[in-house]
Design a protein around this ligand. Structure first.
Ligand code: ASP
Ligand code: MG
Length: 403
């Protein structure tokens, strides 16, 4: 029997009305004579409520008990879905991860699934049953409950697809797919039909929160194709797949922008070996993540300017660390919080020349000044004033024929 894995996110199971709807979606697959594995998240808000409770009791709540607590939200969702399916006349059963069992390795709060015992589940599917398995969790070698990081039901769905060699994996959520850019920033944003794992990872790390990035990595490593779909409206979703299968006539697949970036410039730094390292070491030691970096060539060979970006919440700490740093000499330190990083993403740029030029030219025509540039194989990012983000997205969206 062909097996299909259906994941339902927190909003999709967020109320009893929605759970009824989810049961109907599950039934449509069952009627097609498919073996269905259901893996739900906790009802929306539940996991956050549980986290709040731990914070009330301790600011250093025990990590293993934290996982026992957080995993409970999925147990509720599983029982409600299985109960509703039975009410509709289907054979269904809930499975806690320890009953399967789903084995994990790694730390509490951030474990990864490394094995799933298939026997009992397969037997149940072959007897016509629908197993409803808790997402987001497993057990470790000490038989204790572990969780897979926030949004971890995505990873559960991908790994269930891997171990059960699923024919299809559908991630049901509250959006109907992955968009070319955030529809709240640009009204002409369009749903993407197909996107590669790498593009999806770039989009996710740049703020498009559709999928847990770890789950996308798992999918890439194991070559699992999956679709993101809406559980509210019946529409084709977005297929996430390997690079060679994702090609389309579009060179650029998506455009993202960041919030809360700050630009730090150190003016007149002594230009000698080791200076950049001495600037960034204290930032690293304080867990401050540095993103884009540029260093000017020094005209006189003595002094240079160094610019980099960080998250705005780290701005004050960064300034303090540079001020206190006795290893470096400079003339002035500036910090601009009104900046934003706009990125174009697409595997098509690997083989198409002129993309950088087209991006810069399109921005120039709209008089948008570029402060910092960074690139990867499938991404070009520019730092601009945050007042110009919407304008930049609009012009780039049009330039790369995404409208
Ligand atoms: N319930 C967990 C969370 O809120 C896992 C998930 O939603 O996928 O992070
Ligand atoms: Mg979620």
């Amino acid at each position: 029997m062909k097996i299909i894995v259906l994941k339902f996110g927190g909003t999709s199971v967020g109320s009893l009305e929605r759970i009824k709807k989810v049961a109907k979606i599950i039934a449509t697959y069952k009627k097609k004579k498919l073996g269905v594995i259901v893996v739900p998240s906790a009802m929306s808000g539940t996991t956050n409520e549980l986290i709040k409770k731990t914070l009330e009791l301790s600011n250093n709540f025990d990590a293993s008990e934290y996982d026992v607590l957080l995993s409970s939200g999925e147990q509720i969702a599983c029982a409600l879905i299985a109960g509703r399916l039975k009410h509709l006349g289907y054979k269904a059963r809930s499975w806690m991860s320890w009953q399967v069992p789903i084995l994990t390795e790694g730390p509490y709060g951030g474990s990864r699934i490394n094995k799933i015992n298939k026997n009992r589940i397969l037997k149940f599917i072959n007897s016509g049953g629908i197993p409803v398995i808790t997402g987001f969790q497993g057990i470790n070698s000490e038989n204790r409950i572990t969780t897979l990081g926030r949004g971890g039901t995505d990873a559960s769905a991908i790994m269930l697809s891997k171990f059960f060699k699923a024919h299809e994996c559908n991630i049901y959520t509250d959006v109907d797919g992955v968009y070319t850019t955030d529809p709240r920033n640009h009204s002409k944003a369009k749903k993407i039909n197909k996107i590669s794992y790498d593009e999806m990872l770039e989009m996710a790390s740049l703020g498009a929160k559709v999928m847990q990035p770890t789950a996308v990595q798992d999918a890439k490593l194991n070559n699992i194709n999956f679709s993101v779909k809406s559980s509210f409206i019946k529409k084709k979703g977005t297929l996430i797949t390997g690079n060679n299968k994702a090609f389309s006539d579009k060179i650029i697949t998506g455009i993202t922008s960041t919030k809360n970036d700050s630009k730090v410039t150190i003016i007149g730094v002594k230009d000698k070996p080791g200076v950049a390292a001495s600037i960034f070491k204290p930032l690293f030691l304080n867990h401050i993540n540095v993103d884009m970096v540029v260093q000017n060539i020094s005209l006189n060979g003595k002094e240079t300017d160094l610019t980099f970006t960080i998250k705005s919440e780290d701005a004050n700490k960064t300034k303090k660390l540079i001020n206190q740093n006795k290893k470096i000499l400079y003339r002035k330190l500036t910090c601009d919080k009104n900046v934003s990083k706009v990125s174009i993403i697409g595997v098509g740029m690997i083989t198409t020349p002129g993309i950088t030029y087209r991006m810069f030219q399109a921005l120039a025509i709209k008089k948008i000044n570029i402060m910092v540039i960074s690139t990867s194989e499938i991404k070009i990012s520019v730092l601009i004033s945050n007042k110009l983000v919407k304008k930049a997205i609009a012009v780039l969206h049009k330039e790369f024929k995404l409208d």
